[in-house]
Design a protein around this ligand. Structure first.
Ligand SMILES: Nc1ncnc2c1ncn2[C@@H]1O[C@H](COP(=O)(O)OP(=O)(O)OP(=O)(O)O)[C@@H](O)[C@H]1O
Length: 271
């Protein structure tokens, strides 16, 4: 509930803000193989958007398109003010430092401490830095703040390999926050976790979206998880956008079409 003394925007206000990501008519092809065709996407501050689709439908490719890792052949992609299809010299590193990423396999350095793993998130903004040179007290304080944010500050000194999968994913999320990202992309972040841990990690990500105002795009394989933890769902089938709607107003038949052999009103198996 807002009070007169609060200056933070409400979630409703955040969702009306201008999108931080705008994708229009995106085409991606690997060689002569089209992978995405005419995809649109908006990501606004405060929202968690779930990306659904069968294996090979193009979810990871869409995420890669947002950070300049995919061969874009048409359309426009704007991410936190950068025109990804026309990046100027030096902008690619800045873009990638503004976009926090979380992956299925956590990608931590197993023998290093949880704290050091989180600190490596600061390297995105700084560029190549000698890890042995150490981090400033300011960085350490910030890293502890984010470890606290994800609920595992008490594990700061432990080696990352000693943590459970759910805890390791929390470290990876804290590392992404250490970049002080404007947007977070989470590519199947719970695919390696049991259902209870999956729920808690998705709750954490949604809290980051709604409370911290950082929009989160999360790809998921499990429909009930998307229904429980997202504000909007974007569904891909064979690289085309079949669904894009607020989660509360989804058309169940279209959702089913994402995973059926025939799809809903589409017959583009030969793509
Ligand atoms: N580097 C690449 N070179 C050639 N083809 C690729 C490359 N990366 C992806 N593809 C193809 O693009 C299509 C979409 O792949 P993508 O990984 O985006 O799908 P996805 O929906 O994320 O799948 P999954 O759920 O299995 O991770 C697939 O047919 C895949 O084989």
């Amino acid at each position: 509930m807002s009070t007169p003394t609060q200056t933070q925007p409400t979630t409703a206000e955040l969702r009306q803000a201008l999108p931080l990501v705008t994708v229009r008519g995106l085409d991606v092809a690997y060689g002569d193989q089209p992978v995405l065709s005419g995809v649109n996407l908006d990501l606004r501050p405060g929202e968690m958007v779930a990306l659904l689709g069968a294996s090979g439908s193009g979810k990871s490719t869409l995420m890669k398109s947002l950070t300049g890792f995919a061969p874009i052949t048409g359309g426009s992609v704007r991410v936190v003010g950068y025109d990804v299809t026309n990046l100027l010299r030096g902008e690619l590193q800045k873009l990638r430092s503004d976009v926090g990423q979380v992956f299925q396999q956590f990608n931590l350095i197993p023998r290093m401490s949880v704290l050091t793993n989180v600190l490596t998130g600061a390297l995105h903004a700084a560029g190549p830095v000698n890890l042995a040179g150490g981090f400033s007290g300011k960085h350490r304080k910030l890293a502890m703040h984010y470890l606290d944010r994800v609920g595992i500050a008490h594990k700061a000194k432990d080696p990352a390999r000693s943590l459970s999968g759910g805890q390791q994913q929390r470290v990876a999320i804290a590392r992404a926050l250490m970049q002080q990202p404007r947007v977070i992309l989470a590519d199947e972040p719970v695919a390696s976790l049991d259902p209870k841990l999956a729920d808690s990690v998705l709750e954490l990500l949604r809290g980051i979206a709604t409370e911290d105002g950082i929009p989160v795009l999360v790809s998921l394989h499990v429909l009930p998880l998307a229904l429980a933890h997202s504000d909007r769902i974007v569904g891909l089938r064979h690289g085309e956008m079949l669904v894009s709607a607020p989660t509360a107003r989804l058309d169940a038949a279209k959702l089913a079409g994402l995973y059926s052999q025939e799809g809903a009103n589409h017959d583009d198996d030969g793509a």
